[in-house]
Design a protein around this ligand. Structure first.
Ligand code: HEC
Ligand code: HEC
Length: 400
């Protein structure tokens, strides 16, 4: 992992500088010159002549030191398309767009309406409510660490954050916006015209494009990182970072009885695969949910009702749980697993993952597992909610 991250850190600047044709003026940011990166990020490279460079989240072990315990593991590289640059200008533009309801057809819905930082970057609802009060079929996942997802959405139907961001804007039950009209609207707002041109080297609003909207939002999302939880401090050798109960929970989480860690892997507590648990229908625990999940995107009997293994970082902030929000609390989730998932509940499905098996769980063990999941909470890099956005529209203070 380390060799790879050194390689990519070394390659990216050279590549980006070659693109700009100015190899000589590039530095790796180690010579004391740095960009004005958001908190928790550092300069990875800087082209002084062109005054352009990139910021990157500082993750555990990214300074090259050796792990202090077997629990401390380096984060993988973020998934990003060629040409995606996390410059301070793009991150800031993306932050403003993320909170600006101008992105929606009737100027009432922002990305933050369903992914609000005060609600763990979700809406704390079972399924989301979009434009004109319309309900969708799935629960809004958190934006925290979405940049490390291999693919986006519960069923992985978008490859990158860039592809993902265009979806909700045009979606009739989310933001219902005609992309052409949106560009006209944004070009009429001088602050946006200026910020797009600065961030994407345009002139007179030429940089206001749908691709650049998606790029800026994705750059912002790549700054929304949670990597400093009590668990991370414990893994880095601070034995006082976890309570005794959370340590017992960690051991249960990593046990062959629960097998949690085999899908929710350290350090992301996610996995790029799609797995079948057999989650109940929302509002009717006697029934299996009928969402086909991954199978609707990539046909195959083994992925009928399979969903991406989500991150458990900040999971204590993002109730209710599962792709349809059918499980209200972490305790409900643990009961579901200890009963053996959907198969254990007797739902009609035969492809539940073989790691999902009944296990005994005392009330104390349940409390310990919950303490451990709570110790995956870290909102220290929570971005600031803009006091105002360039459109002048009201910034959403929570779910619709
Ligand atoms: C009406 C509520 C709503 C709005 C508005 C909304 N989203 Fe979402 N978002 C969702 C739901 C629901 C999903 C999951 C859908 C699915 O998996 O099929 C989702 C998924 C995502 C994901 C994938 C995360 C993951 O872990 O797979 C990202 C990233 C995201 N949204 C970002 C955005 C951005 C950026 C905007 C604004 C351009 C936005 N969302 C607007 C509800 C919303
Ligand atoms: C076979 C792989 C697998 C195993 C083992 C597993 N999980 Fe999961 N987990 C998933 C998948 C897949 C989902 C999403 C399922 C869905 O939404 O339908 C999920 C969802 C969750 C959620 C809800 C997250 C959210 O944002 O809604 C929690 C909490 C959770 N798991 C905790 C655990 C714990 C604790 C264990 C051990 C008792 C465990 N998981 C074992 C695959 C697994």
């Amino acid at each position: 992992m380390r060799a790879f991250s050194l390689l990519s850190a070394g390659h990216r600047p050279v590549f980006a500088c070659l693109l700009l044709g100015l190899v000589a003026s590039c530095t790796n940011g180690d010579d004391g010159q740095t960009l004005n990166c958001p908190q928790g990020m550092r300069t990875v490279w800087l082209d002084r002549l062109n005054n352009v460079g990139e910021c990157e989240v500082v993750t555990p072990l990214s300074d090259g030191r050796s792990p202090r315990s077997g629990l401390e593991q380096a984060f993988p590289a973020m998934n990003r398309p060629m040409g995606a640059l996390t410059t301070p200008e793009r991150i800031e533009l993306g932050r403003l767009l993320f909170f600006d309801p101008v992105l929606s057809g009737d100027n009432t819905v922002a990305c933050a309406s369903c992914h609000h930082p005060a609600f763990g970057f979700t809406d704390n609802r079972a399924v989301s409510t979009g434009i004109r009060g319309q309900k969708g079929g799935r629960s809004a996942p958190t934006i925290w660490n979405a940049a490390w997802n291999n693919e986006q959405f519960w069923d992985g139907r978008a490859k990158t954050l860039e592809d993902q961001a265009k979806g909700p804007i045009a979606n009739p039950i989310e933001m219902d916006q005609d992309p052409k009209l949106l560009l006209t609207e944004l070009r009429a707002i001088p602050e946006y015209t200026r910020r797009f041109d600065e961030a994407f080297r345009g002139a007179n609003g030429s940089a206001v494009t749908l691709d650049n909207i998606a790029s800026a939002i994705a750059a912002f999302e790549r700054s929304v990182a949670t990597v400093n939880s009590p668990f991370d401090r414990y893994a880095a050798g601070d034995r006082s970072a976890l309570s005794d109960s959370a340590v017992r929970g960690l051991n249960l989480f990593r046990s062959v009885s629960t097998r949690c860690f085999e899908c929710h892997e350290i350090p992301t507590f996610a996995m790029k695969e799609y797995k079948v648990l057999g989650v109940p229908a929302l509002g009717d625990p006697t029934k299996l949910d009928d969402d086909r999940g991954r199978a609707a995107i990539s046909p195959g009997a083994s992925v009928e009702r399979a969903f991406r293994v989500p991150t458990l970082r900040n999971v204590a902030k993002t109730a209710p749980y599962m792709h349809n929000g059918s499980l209200k609390t972490l305790g409900d989730v643990l009961d579901f697993y200890s009963q053996g998932g959907g198969a254990g509940r007797g739902y009609p499905l035969s492809n539940v993952d073989d790691k999902i098996r009944k296990f005994d769980m005392t009330p104390d063990e349940k409390a310990d597992l919950i303490s451990f999941m709570e110790a995956l909470t870290d909102e220290s890099l929570r971005p600031e909610i803009p006091a105002k956005v360039p459109s002048g529209l009201p910034v959403p203070q929570g779910p619709l």
